[in-house]
Design a protein around this ligand. Structure first.
Ligand code: SF4
Length: 472
């Protein structure tokens, strides 16, 4: 059989693209599946924000030579230049496919954009089609080699000014076992270059348990409207944290079996006789961690480090589990690193706006626990910034008042958070148009009769709103 080429482009962080598969795993799994099940040899291409787009476009066309370019795009981090690149490849005769979280809504545009033209219009013209949900839904299209619109699960396309789509298939564990470690590349020095990965990710769960249930909450208006709307609230039905577009998109699909995680783990590259450090993708990893360590021990695998990402409340609820896991990790000489805890804020009022479901006290209890545990397990437990951890702290937000900021500063100073907990830079609140906060923003725009600018798929709450928009 003659194999064809396919590229899968994804956004990567500028500091880590050459050594870490962070942010590449979704594309890596999809590319592994495509290569194993279709005539396409699919390679992942990570592109950081410093890449020169003209040279990247040239390299892509050169990569395909006489073949028609078939290029997937996934997890683009709201980067407009990558959507424009897709448009240019499509206009140049290529096939472009949008996948990953929020693929359908980024393809079709923000709700109601036809009536409210300041809203995000979507990138339907940049892509031949989009795929919502698991990547294996592309198999029939790639196997038939026909990119004509077809009614298939998860496939979304645009025809006669209409978006046409079919509901996606459910995720199947059997498609999450095989990971190809020879398909990762980055665009570097104006060239497509293979990556030598020394830190990896492994999927342990899909979605987030906090997004399992639909909840109703009431959010304040932004601080700059507090004179007009001092006691008013906006009612919101949401899944998960109010800013989390991925949880809104996926909800909680479930946790993978230990066997499936072990399949992935066995395929990890090794360094110095041990599996390279990996992050377990599971928002609530602690209940299953001792079981996973036992499986690693039973299989006689040697592992350097397991990175975990979780919430402060799930850490505090699972103290026994993490101590059990650490006793075992100590015997196995594996380090457990709490790579990122989503504290997000140290203001009770701002935490409430995030619908985070945690209190300031819970955040502080988690920090106390981490510091005490470090004393007990100095070598096999890591949690601090100097150990490479990056905990979540979102600031600024639209709700900030000088009083909130003073209160946050007082907590930071009183508990010495700048020593080990706070990241070098906080992240501003990002509002994706399809996140629960997107609904909140549109309600504010409607009630206050103004419009915030859009920055591609984000609502730019930090810019001046345009008053008296004609569409109202
Ligand atoms: S931000 Fe984290 S905890 Fe909140 S819903 Fe998203 S994945 Fe879950």
């Amino acid at each position: 059989m003659r194999f064809k080429r396919m590229l899968l482009i994804t956004n990567v962080h500028p500091d880590i693209p050459k050594i870490s598969s962070h942010g590449l795993l979704g594309a890596q799994l999809a590319a592994s599946l495509i290569t194993a099940n279709t005539p396409y040899r699919c390679q992942v291409l990570g592109v950081d924000p410093g890449a020169n787009m003209d040279r990247l476009e040239k390299s892509i066309f050169a990569y395909f030579g006489n073949e028609q370019p078939v290029v997937g795009f996934s997890n683009l981090g709201g980067r407009e230049e990558l959507f424009i690149l897709a448009e240019r490849i499509r206009n140049g005769g290529g096939v472009t496919i949008l996948g990953g979280p929020q693929a359908k809504v980024d393809f079709s545009g923000e709700i109601g954009w036809q009536r409210f033209p300041h809203r995000f219009h979507g990138w339907r013209n940049a892509f031949s089609l989009a795929v919502q949900g698991p990547g294996e839904q592309l198999f029939p299209i790639l196997n038939r080699n026909s990119f004509e619109p077809q009614h298939l699960p998860g496939i979304v396309w645009h025809q006669n000014n209409k978006i046409i789509s079919s509901p996606p298939n459910s995720w199947q564990e059997k498609f999450l076992q095989f990971v190809d470690w020879s398909n990762l590349n980055v665009f570097c020095d104006d060239d497509i270059q293979p990556v030598n990965i020394i830190q990896a990710q492994v999927v342990g769960a899909i979605g987030c348990p906090w997004a399992r249930r639909l909840k109703t909450t009431f959010l304040d208006y932004p601080a700059n409207l507090s004179d007009t709307y001092s006691h008013a609230k906006i009612r919101l039905s949401l899944r998960g944290c109010s800013f989390c577009d991925v949880a809104q998109d996926k909800g909680f699909i479930g946790r993978l079996s230990v066997q499936t995680v072990m399949h992935q783990l066995k395929q990890l590259p090794e360094y110095d006789g041990k599996k390279i450090p990996f992050e377990l993708i599971d928002e609530n990893p602690l209940p299953g961690l001792p079981r996973l360590l036992v499986a690693v021990q039973d299989e006689k695998l040697r592992v350097q480090r397991i990175d975990l990402v979780t919430r402060a409340d799930w850490l505090v609820k699972n103290l026994e589990k993490i101590h059990d896991a650490l006793e075992l990790a100590q015997k196995m000489d594996v380090q457990i690193r709490l790579a990122s805890i989503g504290f997000e804020s140290f203001s009770p009022r701002i935490l409430k706006q995030f619908n985070k479901g945690i209190t300031l006290e819970t955040n502080l209890a988690a920090i106390r626990f981490m510091r005490e545990t470090k004393i007990r397990f100095p070598k096999h437990f890591a949690y601090s910034r100097r150990e490479g951890c990056h905990h979540g702290f979102i600031h600024p937000t639209p709700w900030d008042t000088p009083e909130d900021w003073q209160a946050i500063q007082a907590v930071i100073q009183h508990h010495g958070l700048e020593k080990d907990i706070l990241p070098a830079h906080s992240l501003p609140l990002i509002i994706h148009h399809a996140s629960p906060l997107g609904i909140w923003m549109r309600a504010i725009e409607y009630n206050a009769r103004f419009a915030y600018p859009r920055q591609n798929s984000w609502i730019a709450w930090w810019d001046e709103p345009q008053p008296k928009v004609h569409i109202f």
